[in-house]
Design a protein around this ligand. Structure first.
Ligand code: 5GP
Length: 139
């Protein structure tokens, strides 16, 4: 079992110590824009429960994440006109996970978009906010 580092970047976002472009929040989950998106509208869904990978996450938190993923994916389809939504979820450094707080990537686009480099180019914040507004309007 991986030990949880409360100083990881997503824990800081959950505590409000660093900003994010928020899409949706409820009792158990938070959804926000990825700052190094692989496609236009790339979002992340995280549980509030501290867990590094799926293998430490409770069933209840996993279910809450999937409910939020469904909300965000539907809003990406409606708000951005995405005709496909890819989910990606990496467990452990061996899989390429870079932030050690469980998260699901919700990526409007196709499998071909995932072949582009992962988490490499910072997007323009104003542009991310414009995309976020379209997603939020469709929630
Ligand atoms: P992983 O590689 O762990 O599956 O994905 C981590 C994701 O978090 C990457 O897609 C990366 O772009 C994103 N990311 C890293 N740091 C931050 C941050 O400070 N804010 C936001 N919104 N996303 C981040």
């Amino acid at each position: 079992m991986s030990s949880y580092d409360p100083q990881n970047i997503f824990a800081k976002i959950l505590r409000g110590e660093i900003p994010c472009i928020k899409l949706h929040e409820d009792e158990h989950t938070l959804a926000f824009m990825d700052i190094m998106p692989q496609t236009e509208g790339h979002a992340l869904v995280i549980p509030k429960e501290p867990a590094v990978t799926l293998f430490e996450l409770s069933d209840a938190a996993a279910a809450a994440c999937m409910a939020t993923v469904r909300k965000i994916g539907n809003a990406q389809k409606k708000g951005l006109g995405a005709d496909g939504v890819v989910l990606m979820q990496l467990n452990g450094p061996g899989a390429g996970q870079t932030v050690p707080h469980f998260h699901i990537h919700v990526i409007p686009g196709s499998l071909a978009d995932l072949r582009k480099p992962h988490a490499t180019h910072m997007a323009d914040t104003a542009h991310l906010k414009t995309l976020a507004e379209k997603i939020i309007a469709a929630l």
